[in-house]
Design a protein around this ligand. Structure first.
Ligand code: PGA
Length: 255
C-alpha cells in the first residue's frame, strides 16, 4: 500500500517568536504547493499560537514538542493536550530521545501521552531509537520494540493507524552521522512487523514511520526510497526554509 509521506521539522529550543514566524512564512511559501505529502513544523511552545495563526489557510500542520497527559492540573511548566488542541496544534512529538535522556521521559509516560493526545484529536509523533551503546551491544531491535510496545499499548487499532512513529537512532541525532538507508530500513521493517503483531497487518500497513537523525537535502531521497520509510523528522535542517523545502520536495529534486 502507498502511504502518504510526512516530513516534520523539530525546531527544538531554537528561534525567537519573530524568527519562528519568519521561518514559518518561508516554509509556507516554499512548501504549501507540494501535494501528496504532509508537512509539519514544530516550533517552541510560546511560538505555537502565533505560528498557527500565520499558517492559517495553508495545509501545513503544527506540532508541539512535548505535552503532559492530564487535561489540566497542578503541573507547573507543562502543557496539556486540551491546551494544545485549543490553539490548533495538529501533532505532538512525544518520547524524543532528548526528553528521555535529559528530562526523565519514561516508556510508560509516552504511552499515557499517546493515549491523551488521541482523546483530544491530536496525532502523536512517537519517537523511539537506540543509543550507540545499545546498537553496539546488538540490542537495537529489543530497545525499539520495548519503547514501541509501551507507547502503543493504550491505543485502539484505528488510533494506531493514524499515529506516526519516528525511528531516531540517538547516535545519528545532531551528529551528522545518518544511519545508512539499509540500516534504517532494517529497523523500520522490524517496527512494522511489531505493529502487525500488536494490531494486525492492516493497521501496520497504515502507520507512517519516519526516520530521524541528520536528515538533509542530500540524503532524503535514498532514505525515502526504502519501502518502510514514510517520511522524516528533521532537526537542524528544518531551521532553514530552503533546506527544509528541499527535503520536502525530495520527489521533485529527483527530476
Ligand atoms: P537532527 O535532529 O536532524 O538535527 O539530527 C533530529 C531530531 O532530533 O528529531
Amino acid at each position: 500500500m502507498s502511504r502518504r509521506p510526512i516530513i516534520a521539522g523539530n525546531w527544538k529550543m531554537n528561534l525567537t517568536v519573530a524568527e519562528g514566524l519568519a521561518l514559518a512564512s518561508g516554509v509556507r511559501d516554499r512548501c504549501n504547493r507540494f501535494r501528496g505529502i504532509d508537512v509539519v513544523v514544530g516550533p517552541a511552545a510560546m511560538a505555537l499560537h502565533p505560528i498557527i495563526k500565520r499558517l492559517d489557510g495553508s495545509a501545513i500542520g503544527v506540532a508541539a514538542q512535548n505535552c503532559h497527559w492530564a487535561d489540566k492540573g497542578a503541573y507547573t511548566g507543562e502543557l496539556s493536550p486540551v491546551q494544545l488542541a485549543e490553539v490548533g496544534c495538529t501533532h505532538v512529538i512525544i518520547g524524543h530521545s532528548e526528553r528521555r535522556t535529559l528530562f526523565g521521559e519514561t516508556d510508560e509516560n509516552v504511552g499515557k501521552k499517546a493515549r491523551a493526545l488521541h482523546d483530544h484529536g491530536l496525532i502523536p509523533i512517537i519517537c523511539i531509537g537506540e543509543t550507540l551503546a545499545e546498537r553496539e551491544a546488538g540490542a537495537t531491535i529489543d530497545v525499539v520494540r520495548r519503547q514501541l510496545d509501551a507507547a502503543i499499548a493504550p491505543l485502539e487499532g484505528d488510533e494506531l493507524a493514524r499515529s506516526v512513529v519516528a525511528y531516531e537512532p540517538v547516535w545519528a541525532i545532531g551528529t551528522g552521522k545518518t544511519a545508512t538507508p539499509e540500516q534504517a530500513q532494517e529497523v523500520h521493517a522490524a517496527i512494522r512487523g511489531r505493529l502487525a503483531e500488536a494490531a494486525g497487518k492492516d493497521v501496520a500497513e497504515q502507520v507512517r514511520i519516519q526516520y530521524g537523525g541528520s536528515v538533509k537535502p542530500t540524503n532524503i531521497r535514498a532514505l525515502m526510497a526504502q519501502p518502510d520509510i514514510d517520511g522524516a523528522l528533521v532537526g537542524g535542517a528544518s531551521l532553514d526554509s530552503d533546506s527544509f523545502a528541499r527535503i520536502v520536495s525530495f520527489k521533485e529534486d529527483a527530476d
